[in-house]
Design a protein around this ligand. Structure first.
Ligand SMILES: Cc1cc2nc3c(=O)[nH]c(=O)nc-3n(C[C@H](O)[C@H](O)[C@H](O)COP(=O)(O)OP(=O)(O)OC[C@H]3O[C@@H](n4cnc5c(N)ncnc54)[C@H](O)[C@@H]3O)c2cc1C
Length: 503
């Protein structure tokens, strides 16, 4: 089947991609070599932009996740007992002005249910062994749990197979970067004596390494501890009593760990693949980028890779577009975002693990002032919540008008409006004021949501992509560039077959 997609890896990124493609009516197969789902919590943070984008799948998906999780609205930073900063997410312009704490196992369970409701079942116990891409498709060799080998042909293959990606290796792509020189431990615990309410999280900076505490709800907390400079091997996780001692020494003196649910230890890698696309193979999630868990953005960034790719692939796979630039834009858009996440999470980690007492003293003296400045707070909030993620340099950007948002900017629907890109076909959305004049005949036959939305904020005409980023914006009445943009994306009449040279 030349229009079908094989997704390798049914972690949060593979599940998100399968869900997006399935709802856009693209034939999809999702395989994973694990024979049973992980039940540990792993990534516990869902940030606002991920919830905004998941909402597009319909059926109240984000609301269901919010119901299951714990909303955290404030981030505190202390140096020992000295308060350094208090960052509130309430002011962020989003329907989800909080970080949602939800164990990854729960996020995956909800995604699996949604996917099964669309008729797609993740095939567990099926591993990819070999991949052979060519101009027209990809031949994959799969190994089933009973030892049976299967050779199958697909139009596209998406590597969501995690940090040790077999596909990345097979294609000879590099995964450049470093392993940072500190060891870390984390665990989930029940606790008493936590000196802030369950809608706040805290980081304590300390000369021996930081402590970070996230409330998961129901009296459960995720604790992450820096263990100091690395030895030759990653050490085993400390015993619960050592977690207790280390946490208390870092500044959280009153907290008592009452019950240990899960612990692990790790080292931080900062790496990114050199190309997110090799012909008909794309990489997403941990297969493409790994970085510090500071900021909790690994899983979120991966899920947003999936949402960036899905609508583009759906337009091509369904023959609704033959614009090469659609699939070509995935690499530059998401590689830039991945690089920024690696840089910003690395900065946060280095700031929290300063070794020199002088540097720590300066940090603790200067940062309360700097982080109190509204522009600095605004930047930090935007980075953490991923609401400032944008595609300013995208090859998909059309022109921008001097007023209003610039092409590539994140767009949030007005209150009461459906999300951008909802439904079973990826469609662009037009926003235009009555003064924009009527659209030219035929324009709304293109890949456009037939409901023209008002543009009371900045005036002019705005064209919004199915993933909620601004494609282009022009002044009232300038319909010609809008029509030209849409013609480039979806030449009418739609192509019924796509020559390999277009993709
Ligand atoms: C112990 C632990 C704690 C973590 N804590 C945090 C945290 O606090 N915050 C945070 O942001 N992130 C955390 N992470 C990272 C987070 O879990 C990942 O960023 C996230 O899971 C990435 O999702 P993914 O779908 O890209 O890859 P993964 O979740 O790794 O999924 C990849 C899947 O591909 C499958 N696979 C691999 N090779 C093949 C093959 N050849 N054939 C078929 N299937 C294959 C694997 O079985 C796996 O299920 C943690 C990870 C671990 C392991």
């Amino acid at each position: 089947m030349s229009d079908s997609v094989l997704i390798v890896g049914a972690g949060p990124v593979g599940l998100t991609l399968a869900l997006e493609l399935a709802r856009y009516r693209v034939p999809v197969r999702l395989v994973d070599r694990m024979t049973a789902r992980e039940t540990t919590s792993r990534a516990v943070a869902l940030w606002p932009r991920t919830l905004e984008l998941l909402e597009r799948a319909g059926g109240g998906l984000s609301e269901e996740l919010v119901r299951l999780g714990n909303r955290v609205e404030v981030a505190n930073i202390f140096a020992g007992r000295q308060p350094i900063a208090r960052i509130a997410f309430a002011e962020i312009a989003t329907p989800y002005p909080f970080v949602l704490m939800l164990p990854q196992s729960e996020t995956e369970r909800v995604l699996v249910q949604r996917l099964e409701a669309l008729g797609v079942r993740a095939e567990l116990g099926v591993g990819l062994e070999h991949v052979a891409p060519d101009d027209d498709g990809v031949t994959a060799t799969l190994r089933h749990a009973d030892g049976r080998a299967e050779s199958a042909r697909f139009g596209w293959l998406i590597a969501c197979d995690g940090a040790h990606s077999v596909i990345r290796h097979a294609l000879g792509l590099s995964f450049e970067g470093d392993t940072l020189g500190n060891d870390w431990a984390q665990g989930d615990f029940h606790m008493t004596g936590v000196p802030f309410p369950p809608n706040e999280f805290a980081t304590w900076w300390h000369g021996e390494g930081p402590a970070v505490l996230f409330p998961l709800g129901g009296g459960r907390y995720r604790l992450i501890l820096g263990l100091g400079p690395s030895g030759p091997e990653v050490p085993p996780p400390p015993a619960p009593a050592a977690f207790q001692t280390l946490l208390n020494r870092r500044g959280a003196n009153d907290i008592v760990l009452t019950d240990t649910l899960w612990t692990t230890s790790f080292r931080i890698n900062e790496r990114q693949v050199n190309r997110y696309r090799a012909g008909r193979v794309f990489l997403a999630g941990d297969a493409a980028h790994v970085h510090s868990p500071a900021g909790g953005q690994g899983m979120n960034t991966g899920m947003q890779d999936a949402m960036n790719l899905a609508w583009k692939l759906a337009l091509i796979a369904r023959g609704l577009s033959r614009a090469r630039v659609l699939l070509d834009s995935y690499d530059p858009e998401r590689r830039a975002v991945g690089a920024e996440v690696i840089a910003s999470s690395g900065r946060l980690t280095r700031l929290a693990t300063l070794q020199s007492p002088v540097a720590r003293h300066i940090r603790n003296a200067v940062l309360p002032f700097v982080l109190g400045l509204p522009p600095v707070q605004h930047t930090l909030e935007g980075t953490l919540t991923e609401t400032s993620t944008h595609y300013a340099q995208s090859p998909l950007n059309g022109v921008s008008w001097q007023a209003g948002a610039q092409a590539g900017a994140r767009m949030v629907p007005l209150a009461g409006e459906p999300p951008y890109g909802a439904g079973d076909t990826p469609r662009f959305t037009l926003r235009a004021s009555p003064s924009a004049g009527p659209p030219p005949p035929g324009l709304l036959d293109a890949l456009i949501d037939p409901v023209l939305r008002p543009n009371p904020v900045s005036g002019g005409i705005e064209l919004v992509r199915p993933d909620g980023y601004l494609a282009m914006a022009v002044a009232d009445g300038e319909w010609e560039p809008v029509a030209a943009y849409l013609d480039a994306i979806s030449p009418r009449p739609p192509a019924d077959s796509i020559p390999a040279s277009f993709i």
